[in-house]
Ligand binder design. Sequence first.
Ligand code: BES
Ligand code: ZN
Length: 490
Amino acid sequence: MKNITLIAMLLFISIANLDAQQKNLTLYGNMSLADAKAIKASHPNEIDIIAVNNNEAAVHMSEEVDHLLHELRSTHGPGYTYSSSAEVAIQDINTSRMIRPSLMNFTITEGESVEKALQVISKSNIEDQIKELEGYGSRFHTKSGANKSGNDLKAKWEAMAALYNRDDVSVRIVQHRSTPMNSVVMTIKGAELPKEHVIIGGHLDSTSNNNNTAPGGDDDASGISVITEATRTLFEIGFVPKRTIEVMAYAGEERGLLGSREIADDYGRRNVNVVAVGQFDMSNFKSSSRDVYFVSDSNAIDPSLTGFFQKLLDTYHGSNSGDRITYGTTLCGYGCSDHRFWFENGYKTAFPFESSFSDFQRNNFIYHRTNDLMRNVPGGDASHSFKFAKLAVEYLIEVAKKSKTLSSPEFSQEGYELYVINDHLKFKSQPSSSAIKSLVIFDVTGKRVLKNKNLGNKGSVSLNGFSAGAYVVSLELENKKEISKKVILN
Ligand code: BES
Ligand code: ZN
C-alpha cells in the first residue's frame, strides 16, 4: 500500500515537473526539420515537434527558441514562421501554394518618368530616416518603440502626401491578432486600374540578442527608408499611377512574419488583385563584389518578377550606364522574410538583398546585434541603400505605370492651386485670395470645351471623356483677374 502511494506520489511529482518544465512552450510555428531536431537535441525542454512533412516541422516552442534560431541563423539555416495554434501549425506544413493567374506582362515603357525620378531621389533622406529609426532604441514588436515608430511613420507619410498635395494618398494602421505591434500601410490610389495593387514592403520591427537595445539600422530601417524615399520621389515628380500602389511597413517580422502573414492571408482570402510584391529587407551592408543579390529560393520567390527586376537594372544601370548597378542571385533558405506569405497566397514576389548569403554570413557582424547601426556599415552612410531606392522607384513606376492624367499640383503666385489627378481637375484658392467666379477649359485650337460657374473656393471637375492633348484651364476671379494654366492629358 505504502509503495503504491509512493509510486503515485512520484508519478504526480514527475507529471507536475514535466508540466513546470514545459509550461513555457507558448508559441506554435513551422521550421526546417533539421533546425527543429538540432534545438530538440540541445534544448529538449524548449521545443516539441508535433508533426513533420518532408523537411518541415510543425512545432510547439518556447520564446527562447526564437533567440536560439536567430543565433543559428547567423551561421546557417532558416528561421521559423509563426502559427496561431497547433492546428494551424500542422496545416501550414501540409498545404501548398495557392495558384493564381498572371495579371499583367511586365514591360519597360516609362523611361521618361524614371529618368526624372532618378534626378530627384535623395541619399541623405535615406540616411536621415535610418538614423531616426535607430533612435527608438528598440523596435522589438512588444517594446514601446515598436508602435511609437509606427505612429510616427504614419505621421511622416501623411505629412509627405500633404506636402505634395496628394489627396489620392491615405495611410492606415493595421492591427494584428498575433502581435501588439501594428503595421502601417500607405495607399496611392490607382487613377485607372485602382483594383490592381502593386506592393512594396519592409519590416519596421527589429530584434537583437538583447531586445531592449535593437536599433535595427540595417535590419530593417534600411528597407523602410528605401521604400519611403522611393515613394517621396514619385510625389516629387508628380507621378500619378494607373495601378494602386501600397507601401507596407510590417509588424513583428522577426517574431515569425507576424504582420505580413496576417495582411497577405487577408488579401489572399479576399482575392485582392496584387500584381507584384517587392520586399526590401536589409539593403545597406555591402559585403559582396556585386551590388544587389536577388533572393531566388523557388519556394518563396517568383522568377518572372525577379527577372523583371534584373531587367530594370540592365535597362537603367547596365554596362554602358553612368550609374552602374551590378547584380547576382543568392539563396536564403525558406521563408526568411515578409515575401513568404505573399508567395504562399499565390502572388508574385521579388527580394533584392544587400549581398550574397555566404558573404553576409562571413561579414555582417552587426546582424541582429545591439550595434546594428548605420555608422557600422562599410562607408558609414546610405550609399548601398541608395542603389536599392533607385531600383524601388523603377519597380513602382514600371509596374504601376503612369496614368494618362498628370500634372503636378502647385499654388500659383496669386494663391491658386490647379492640377489634374485621377481624371479630375482640382482647384483651390487660398482664403486670402479673391474668390473663383468661373472655370473655363479651352482646347489647343482655342475652342471652349467646358465652363463652370459659381464654384466657390475649392472643387473638382471631371475630365472623363476628354481626349488626350493639351488644354488651357482658366479661372476667372471675383476681382476680374484671370489665372491660366496649361494641363496635359496623355
Ligand atoms: N532580414 C532578415 C532576413 C534575412 C537575413 C535575409 C539574412 C537574408 C539574409 C529577417 O529580418 C530575419 O531575421 N528573418 C528570420 C526569419 C523569420 C522568419 C523570423 C531569420 O532569417 O532568421
Ligand atoms: Zn531580422
